[in-house]
Design a protein around this ligand. Structure first.
Ligand SMILES: [Zn+2]
Length: 173
């Protein structure tokens, strides 16, 4: 396992539609392991393929927050939202590709997601709370969409400028 570099916004790869995963291969299994390790190391609760430069429909998440609770590393391949609740939820979101920027985003409070697991089996589960927010945020990544796309153009521009500055600083360091 290894930690992969996380792309920082703005990056054209974060704006692209990702391709479905055609089959489970050793490379994909390695990618999933690396993505989990990268996510836990960051630390974050979710990470999508394009954030590590892999333009494939895969994301990992673990939203277990309770102190001392067992982790629940999840790998979701070709995820699809099959149902959204009418009830909405406002959650302060952040993103490993937009470090240290947070904003409130309104999304359906609950979603049902269907995906393929690493064994190639179809899974379906209903998520709520942080899990629902995270799953929707990560699936957006696979469609080239970031949480700042839900904000006003002004707010988005402000954050984008900060990220451009951060990238210049990191390039110089
Ligand atoms: Zn993100």
């Amino acid at each position: 396992m290894s930690i992969r570099p996380i792309l920082i916004h703005p990056d054209p790869r974060l704006k692209k539609l990702c391709d479905p995963v055609p089959e489970i291969t050793d490379d994909l299994r390695r990618l999933a392991e690396d993505m989990l390790e990268t996510m836990y190391d960051a630390p974050g609760v979710g990470l999508a393929g394009p954030q590590v430069g892999q333009m494939a429909r895969i994301f990992v998440m673990d939203c277990v927050k309770e102190e001392g609770a067992a982790p629940r590393p999840m790998v979701l391949i070709n995820p699809e939202i099959t149902w959204r609740s009418e009830a909405l939820n406002v959650h302060e979101e952040g993103c490993l590709s937009i470090p240290e920027q947070y904003a409130e985003v309104t999304r359906p409070a609950e979603v049902r997601v269907r995906w393929m697991d690493l064994a190639g089996k179809t899974q379906e589960e209903q998520f709520e709370g942080l899990w629902a927010t995270c799953a929707q945020h990560e699936i957006d990544h696979l469609d080239g969409k970031l949480f700042i796309d839900y904000l006003t153009p002004l707010k988005r521009q402000l954050i984008t400028r900060k990220m451009e500055k951060l990238k210049r600083e990191r390039a110089r360091a």
